[in-house]
Design a binder for this molecule. Structure first.
Ligand code: C2E
Ligand code: CA
Ligand code: CA
Length: 702
């Protein structure tokens, strides 16, 4: 048949694809096959170029795949031009020769495809044999290229946001921060988004920074963002101003400057820092601060060869005062005691409220010599009545004392030993203090009881522990796509105990690894069953305690359970909490990498309650961020909370992480979140955690 006729017919078919609703990659595959066959070449392909170093990726290819197009082209972008290029092996340019060799080609025709005037892809035809392309072939290829170009353009207009200018403007207008785009060469402003336009005052602030930036620009490496913080005195606002270099739509180099109002963030940070260290009620430092101070103090005493002590103080029968007289009285009493302790010479700044009616005093080396005197002062203080709202009350205390470093040199050990000594004082009749003695190490009856029961439960193969499931809903489809596995202890002795009550003790006792493994195994088996019965892509999300995560063999252990249960690892999500992210990032990153290699996904739990900065999200290679329920508790339109969720949603999208909002309880919360691009929801609004059989009936077997 006449070749021209065949080519025309093919072209007609290709033109018809213009109206196809298929994905661009599918259309591309069809087109290059058809075109490749027509021109009788050995290989045809469409490759995409981007600015990053890995420049080239394959969208579709046809024919002899030994050409290995993308990897060989990465090193040979030189055959790409902004016009159609016909290369043959007699070509004189070295670069072209090189490309030909790598591609194992004798003839190449490359034609660019642009989007909005910028080259986005190339269509290429390759001959591995010494076979000339005919002029009519090349004309045909040009025609195919222009049809493809039209398809691309249409797809861009229909689907892809970022590539089209108006869409880019839309995006920039809605990013929730001021955006200025400077021409990198002239320093002139090219574009301002809505927020920037509406805050005329911002410009002077930004311009100042921009001048600074342009002067020092060469100091920033290209991956580095230049970040500055500026205070706007007039309006008492803080701004974070960032600069980065990129190519504008018309491929001109521009400097993009984003301006975030971080006033609220700053205030919150201060508040969080204060709250994190202080006890709201008494104004003393709290447990966390105690632990960090003690750690420093231990190091110091060890280094300097000195002595210090931990005093652990627990009020006797405080519960009676609280229950009998009401919380207001109890609160006032705690405040009075805090004040009294603080006023004892040498103790100011070293008193901590550990929670409830427990206090700790750190006796630093400088006052350690006065231990006797201080114990006397505390005893005297508690032997007198307290005046609360004009009435006298007696409230005594029991106290345990442990000396360090001789009796221990870790925070945990010292607090535990001081606690043990305190219980001894209680047992001996309260209203007294006792020193820690190695021989008398036995824990309190209460703790012993729970401990004993929990150990037994673990030894009995964890059978008392049950796993409940709570649905995770995909917002777009309103379907339940996953669930979170939540453990409960159905204890013979205490009834149904919630995880918040027993997990901390289990962690403390080192039993969490057994319980955690048990939950993981149960949940994997459950997931596999549900995958087989109902939905092959249904996912189960499982909590991992910090203690588990820090076990030496955590990765192997998880792998073993996954292999043994036969669950598809891609359906398993492990939830880790944010607080641990700060301590040993390198180690955590390694562990997470190990877990991710299996195909398991990682979710960052309770996001927003810990200390991790947004940077960690990137470093940790997360798949999902679970925004803590406190963020939507009383969410309103103007709130910081909503703004925070929006920010997280935007950020997550750019780095390819999904967001799950936890603690959705009411319809109005769902409504409030409508404008935010978040995929996953979880909360009582949909369902509380329920036993597996109920879960199955409600969400899977329907
Ligand atoms: P989490 O990981 O943040 O789990 C979500 C908790 O929020 C669950 O409490 C769930 O019942 C509760 N929740 C869900 N929706 C709502 C809502 O709309 N409003 C409110 N107020 N709460 C909601 P649960 O089951 O008591 O678990 C408490 C915590 O115990 C979990 O917090 C998790 O940190 C820990 N935990 C649970 N199971 C395990 C486990 O198997 N291993 C480990 N290491 N920790 C677990
Ligand atoms: Ca969780
Ligand atoms: Ca959570």
């Amino acid at each position: 048949m006449d070749k021209v006729f065949v080519e025309n017919e093919a072209l007609t078919k290709i033109v018809q694809m213009l109206s196809d609703d298929d994905e661009f990659s599918e259309i591309s595959s069809k087109v290059i096959k058809l075109a490749g066959e027509c021109v009788e070449c050995d290989h045809s392909a469409i490759v995409q170029v981007s600015d990053d170093s890995d420049g080239i990726s394959l969208i579709a290819e046809w024919g002899d795949i030994s050409c290995n197009v993308p990897s060989s082209l990465k090193r040979n972008a030189s055959i790409f031009d902004d016009d159609i290029v016909v290369v043959n092996d007699t070509y004189t340019y070295d670069e072209h020769q090189n490309a030909m060799e790598l591609l194992n080609a004798k003839r190449i025709v490359v034609s660019p495809l642009s989007i909005n005037g910028e080259i986005a892809m190339y269509l290429m035809f390759v001959n591995t044999e010494d076979k000339e392309f005919l002029t009519s072939d090349i004309t045909f290829m040009c025609n195919v290229a222009s049809v493809l170009q039209a398809v691309v353009q249409k797809k861009v207009i229909n689907n892809s946001l970022l590539s089209s200018y108006t869409a880019l403007q839309d995006v920039l207008n809605n990013v929730g921060c001021g955006v200025y785009v400077y021409d990198s060469n002239t320093g002139e402003i090219q574009f301002e988004n809505k927020i920037a336009r509406e805050n005329a005052g911002l410009l002077s602030l930004v311009d100042e920074c921009a001048k600074d930036y342009f002067v020092k620009k060469s100091q920033y490496s290209s991956e580095d963002l230049a970040v500055m913080e500026k205070y706007d005195k007039e309006n008492s606002l803080w701004y974070e101003i960032k600069f980065c270099e990129l190519n504008w739509i018309d491929s001109r180099p521009v400097t993009m400057c984003t301006v975030f109002d971080i006033t609220q963030k700053k205030k919150n940070l201060e508040k969080i820092q204060f709250q994190a260290q202080n006890d709201f009620l008494t104004g003393l430092y709290n447990r966390m601060k105690c632990e960090s101070d003690l750690k420093v103090l231990i190091d110091e005493t060890v280094r300097e060869g000195r002595k210090a002590a931990v005093l652990f103080l627990d009020l006797d029968d405080f519960k009676h005062i609280n229950d009998g007289l009401g919380h207001q009285y109890g609160d006032v009493l705690l405040q009075e005691i805090a004040l009294g302790l603080r006023n004892i010479p040498g103790l100011c700044g070293h008193c901590y409220r550990m929670g409830g009616d427990e206090f700790v005093i750190l006796l630093v080396p400088d006052v350690y010599d006065r231990l006797g005197e201080i114990l006397e002062a505390i005893t005297v203080m508690f032997n007198k009545p307290w005046y609360i709202m004009d009435t006298e009350y007696y409230c005594t205390m029991s106290m345990g004392i442990v000396e360090f470093p001789s009796q221990g040199d870790t925070v945990h050990e010292l607090i535990k030993k001081a606690d043990i000594a305190m219980y001894k004082a209680k047992k001996n009749g309260k209203n007294r203090y006792s020193f820690y003695e190695e021989a008398s190490e036995n824990t309190s009856a209460r703790r012993l009881d729970v401990e004993h029961n929990m150990r037994q439960a673990v030894e009995a193969e964890c059978e008392e522990f049950v796993v409940f499931y709570q649905p995770i809903i995909d917002r777009n489809t309103s379907k339940c796509v996953a669930c979170e596995a939540l453990v409960r202890w159905n204890s013979k002795a205490f009834g149904l105990v919630g995880p918040d009550e027993f997990i901390p003790l289990a962690e403390y006792l080192g039993l969490i690894t057994y319980i955690g493994d048990y939950v993981l195994e149960k949940a994997c088996i459950q997931c596999k069953e549900w995958n087989e019965l109902y939905d092959p892509s249904f996912k189960v999300s499982i909590n991992l305690s910090v203690v588990q995560l820090l076990q030496n063999n955590v990765v192997e252990n998880i792998e073993e359970i996954i292999t043994r249960t036969g669950v598809n690892p891609e359906n398993i999500i492990l939830e880790i909490t944010e607080t641990l992210a700060i301590n040993d990032m390198e180690r955590i990153i390694k562990i997470i990498d190990g877990i991710k290699k299996m195909g398991v996904m990682i979710a960052l739990d309770d996001f927003g309650t810990g200390y991790s900065s947004l940077n960690y999200i990137k470093e940790l290679k997360l798949d999902i961020i679970k925004v803590d329920k406190s963020f939507i508790e009383d969410i309103t339109e103007e709130d910081y909370e909503l703004a925070f969720i929006k920010l997280i949603a935007e950020l997550s999208k750019t780095i390819g992480v999904k967001v799950c909002i936890e603690g959705v309880e009411r319809a109005n919360q769902v409504r409030m979140l409508q404008g935010v691009d978040v995929q996953l929801y979880q909360g009582f609004y949909y369902s509380v955690p329920i036993p597996p059989s109920d879960f199955e009936n409600r969400y899977l077997s329907v």
